[in-house]
Write a protein that binds this ligand. Structure first.
Ligand SMILES: *[C@@H]1O[C@H](CO)[C@@H](O)[C@H](O)[C@H]1NC(C)=O
Length: 243
């Protein structure tokens, strides 16, 4: 079986994510990953990676607070090149490292595995903060930080190079750098990949509550209203230096 290099990167990233997070992650996941998958041959790993992304999203209540339960079908690789930071399913990133737009790639897990041919589709990538003003008091949540649309997947022909999607052309809501207020603890900053028709998308009326006027409303409502399906997610933690 031939694995694309990006898929190997995805696995590596996930391992780093689980081992590097200082936020609570269930011991069972950590154990099963280090004791199980690391030793296993790569040919067994993809299915474990697949379910582990969902497990991490559940552990950190991304599934729950932000998204309905879903099976991730795309792996979302996001990094801030100037500051050499990569988003790794719940790692801590300093606020000053995320001041400029990140770069990203996303790949269908099934097509990387060769179990399904890559299909042409259009996507939207968003960044949302469910912990505004704080995780304990999410009265401004969710805060919309970014919406990029009209994205397409590269058709992978393994071994293929990573494709970088440049943000600007389809920016429906400009990138607002994360700026968690002092003494509000760590905020989860959640990237969500949505699949579906993007030609007539309208931006939300407001960043706060994504224009829905009530706490705990955001990308879930917006995706539903626009017939977009959640297919992938990734996230990091950031907090103000003053705590
Ligand atoms: C997305 O593409 C459509 C054409 O298919 C275009 O009308 C629209 O303005 C684009 N959206 C953005 C945010 O650039």
């Amino acid at each position: 079986m031939c694995l694309a290099p990006s898929f190997v990167i995805a696995i590596t990233g996930l391992l780093l994510a689980i081992q590097g997070s200082s936020h609570p992650v269930g011991n069972d996941i950590r154990t099963s990953f280090t004791n199980g998958q690391l030793q296993k041959p790569f040919s067994d790993a993809p299915y474990a990676v697949f379910s582990t992304i969902r497990d991490v999203l559940l552990e950190h209540s991304i599934i729950g607070d932000v998204l309905d339960d879903f099976e991730p079908s795309y792996y979302l690789d996001i990094s801030y090149p100037k500051s050499h930071e990569t988003v790794l399913l719940g790692n801590d990133i300093p606020v000053e490292s995320v001041s400029k737009r990140p770069i990203f790639t996303f790949h269908s897990i099934a097509s990387l595995l060769g179990t399904e041919a890559a299909k042409k589709s259009t996507f939207t990538l968003v960044l949302t903060d469910p912990d505004a003003k704080s995780r304990d008091n999410p009265k401004w949540s969710e805060m919309c930080h970014w919406i990029l649309t009209n994205l397409t997947t590269p058709i992978p022909e393994p071994p293929s190079m990573l494709h970088l999607e440049k943000a600007k052309p389809g920016e429906l809501k400009e990138y607002l750098p994360p700026g968690p207020p002092p003494k509000t603890g760590a905020h989860r900053y959640v990237f969500v990949l949505l699949e579906g028709t993007t030609s007539n998308l309208e931006p939300p009326a407001d960043r706060k509550h994504w224009g829905y006027g009530k706490p705990r409303h955001g990308v879930r409502d917006w995706a539903q209203d626009n017939d977009l399906t959640v297919v992938g997610a990734n996230f990091f933690y950031a907090q103000n230096e003053k705590q």
